[in-house]
Design a protein around this ligand. Sequence first.
Ligand code: C2E
Ligand code: MG
Ligand code: MG
Length: 444
Amino acid sequence: AERRLHHIAHHDTLTGLANRHGFHERLALAVERTRVDPAESLDVLFMDLDRFKGVNDSFGHQAGNELLIATARRLREAARPDDLVARLGGDEFAVLLEHLPDFDTSVGQANRLLEALSQPLAIQGADLLPAASVGITFSDLGYRTVDEILRDADLAMYQAKADGRARVAIFDQSMHERAAQKLALENDLRGAIGSSQMALVYQPIFELQPQRLAGFEALLRWTHPSRGSVSPAVFVALAEESGQIEALTEWVMETAAGQLSKWQRDDPGMTVSINVSGRDLGRPGFIDRAGTVLARHALRPGSLVMEITETTLMSQLDVAVDAMRALRGKGIRFSIDDFGTGYSSLAYLSRLPIDTLKIDRAFVNAIDRGPQNLEIVRAVQQLGQALGRRVVAEGIETAEQLSVLRDMGVDAGQGYLLARPMPVEQASALITLERSEPPRDTRS
Ligand code: C2E
Ligand code: MG
Ligand code: MG
C-alpha cells in the first residue's frame, strides 16, 4: 500500500508519466550529483505544446486528453531508457537527461523528441500536426537548486515560442536580462495608460476614385519617459499578456469616439477606425461599454469602426462572432485587419458580420515586385467584391502601387504615399482643407 501511495504521489494519472513532484525529486538528486562530482552533467528540457488551447477549444477536452496521452507516449518512446520524462501540468512536459557526453548531443536529443511528437496524429477524425516549443538548460551553468534550473529552462521555452514556436531554444544569461526588462516595461505600462505618455495619432484613409478623405485610423503611441517611443507592436502584445489590454482599449475607444464626435459636427460623414484585440471581444461587459461610449458621444451609426486582425479573429471565431453581431446591432462596423495573413476560411467569411477587408501591407508593398503579388491583391479585391465588402489597401508607398490599385477598382487606401499617421490638430486641419476642395478625379 505504501508503494502504491508513493507511486500515486509521484505520477500523473492521465499519462502515467512522472508528475511535477516526481520530477522535482529526481532532479534534486541529479543536481546534488553534479555538485559533488563536476564530471557529472545534466540537461533539462522544458516543453510546452503549441496551440494546445486551440485543440481543446475546437475539438473538446476529450481530444485534448488524447493529445496529451499521445505526446507522453511519443516522448517516452523517443527518450533513452534512463531519461526521466514528466508531465509538469497542463500541456507542460519536462525531460531530464543525464550522462550525455556533450551539449551537442543533448540538443540533438531535444530535436529528436520534438520530431517524434510532431508526427501527424489522428484524433476524432481530424489529422492534427502537434508541435511544441522547447527550452533547454544544462548543469555547466553551475546550478545549485531545482528551481533555478526550471526557471531558466522555462525562460528558454518562452524564447522558443517568441522565435516562432515548434523549435528548441537554449538558455543563455541574456534571457534573464530581457525578462527583467520586459517586467519593468509591463509595470511602466500600467502607469502610462490614460496619462500624457499615451496619445492617438490619426492616419487618413482615402477613397481612391475619386480621391477623397473617408476617415482616419486611430493608432496608439506611447512615449516612455526614459526609453522614448515604444512600438505599438511591442506594448500592445505586452498589454495582452499582462491583462492590461482592457484598460488600453477602453482609453482608445473613449478618446477616439470623443474626437470623432467633434469632427462630425463639421463633417457628418467622418469615420474613425480603432484597433481592438481579440481579448476585448471575449470580455464580458465590452459590448455594454462600447454602447455607452457610442451613446455618450452621440456618434452616427456606422461611423465608429473596429479593426480586428484576421489572425485573432480566426483563432477565436465563436466568441468573436457573437460579440461582433451584438456590437453591430449597436451601430459599430467591423474591418478585418491585415487580411491575407490569417488563412480565413472562405466558408466563414461570407457569414461574418464584417464590412471591410483591409489587404495586408505586405501584399500591397510587393505589387511592384512581381506579377504573383499582384494576383494576390487582385484575388482579395475580387473576393471582397463578390461578398459585397469594401476593400481597403494598407501601406501604399509608391505612385505605381496606387495607380494599380485604383485601376483594379479597390475602394479605399491608406499609406505613407497618401499621408502618414498625424497628430490630432493636423488631422482636423486636413478635414477642413478637404471640405474646401472639390474631390480630385484622378482618372485619365
Ligand atoms: P495596423 O492596424 O495594421 O496599422 C497599420 C500600421 O501600418 C501602423 O503601424 C501604420 O503606421 C503603418 N503604416 C501605415 N502606412 C504605412 C506605409 O505606407 N508603409 C509602412 N511601412 N507602414 C505603414 P503602427 O502605428 O506602428 O501600428 C502597428 C500595429 O499595432 C497596428 O497595425 C495595430 O495592429 C497595432 N496597434 C496600433 N494602435 C493600436 C491600438 O490602439 N490598439 C490595438 N489593440 N492595437 C494597436
Ligand atoms: Mg489597423
Ligand atoms: Mg493592418
